[in-house]
Design a protein around this ligand. Structure first.
Ligand SMILES: [Zn+2]
Length: 300
């Protein structure tokens, strides 16, 4: 049956082509249990969720309590691991930024409830965020006294940023090219851009196929590979500084994928850690990217 809230993707985000081939069909395990096809561009190979819920309809696919609950011991352990990994990730992001710049104004696109910005603020950076979700935005503003706007277009034109970050955000946007254009316009020359996205060429993506948790349909709309993002960044006036592995994503994504395949909490934890380790090992010894890839670029 035709679903009226779904829209087809006319043009490829990467090359502008309009011919799509079927790629795979993934399920929304987190919320709706609906199936969404991924299509692959016949010209360049870029993959996207297609058809997808249009901008007015995507909100309800985010309307879910967090996957990890606190109800039993195994989940408690999983939750503790998750919290530990999150704290570690925030410190890791700060250390990475500090290598390039120890001060300046940071724009975090998709800042959520603002924990990363709060940490940077405590380290002396000036901060600003963009977050479309009202609840998260209000929490960032009230809880951490941050300045947060609902959309990139709402940021005053006079603002200039030395650092801009998209931590697992670009894959959620209906128009990533528009976002990059907006950010470019607000960045200082030589400004640093950091983008983290899942990488569908990772070993764990191959292993889990359509149950790979980082397909996360229909919230993830673009499924980038290295060549896709490199091309888009260069076209938008950015110069690539480095492409970095992200070691902590594989075990987390593998644990979720195991849950989607029916494992219980403890089984998913153990198998997830194992598969995550195998995926990371594959990245260490072969060309394969890690489960997610981090791009460091600068405004040329
Ligand atoms: Zn294409």
């Amino acid at each position: 049956m035709e679903q009226p809230y779904l829209e087809s993707v006319d043009h490829c985000t990467v090359c502008g082509g309009g011919d799509w081939l079927p790629h795979l069909v993934a399920k929304d395990h987190t919320l709706s249990q609906e199936l969404f096809p991924l299509t692959r561009c016949a010209q360049c190979g870029f993959c996207c969720t297609n058809p997808r819920p249009g901008p007015p309809h995507i909100g309800r696919y985010y309307d879910s309590p967090h996957y990890i609950s606190h109800t039993n011991a195994a989940r408690g352990l999983q939750n503790k691991l998750y919290q530990w990994a999150r704290r570690r990730a925030i410190h890791g992001k700060h250390r990475l930024i500090a290598r390039y710049r120890s001060n300046g104004k940071v724009l975090d696109v998709g800042c959520g409830t603002g924990e990363f910005l709060r940490h940077l603020k405590s380290r002396g950076y000036l901060t600003m965020g963009v977050e479309p979700n009202l609840g998260a935005r209000e929490q960032a503003i009230a809880g951490h006294s941050l300045e947060v706007f609902p959309r990139l277009e709402d940021i005053p034109a006079a603002e200039q940023f030395q650092i801009a970050t998209f931590w697992h955000v670009l894959e959620h946007l209906h128009d990533p090219r528009f976002a990059l254009k907006q950010v470019y316009a607000r960045m200082a020359k030589g400004g640093l851009l950091l983008i983290a996205v899942p990488d569908r060429e990772s070993w764990d993506a191959d292993h889990y196929q359509s149950t790979w948790a980082a397909y996360d349909v229909p919230r993830h709309l673009s499924h980038f590979r290295r060549q896709d993002l490199q091309r888009v960044l260069i076209e938008h006036g950015f110069e690539l500084v480095s492409i970095r592995p992200m070691w902590f994503d594989a075990p987390y994504v593998a644990m979720l994928s195991e849950r989607y395949r029916g494992s219980g909490p403890l089984g998913a934890l153990l198998r997830g850690l194992f598969i995550g380790a195998v995926s990371n090992l594959a990245s260490l010894i072969t060309w394969r990217p890690t489960s997610s890839t981090l791009y460091v670029a600068k405004k040329a």
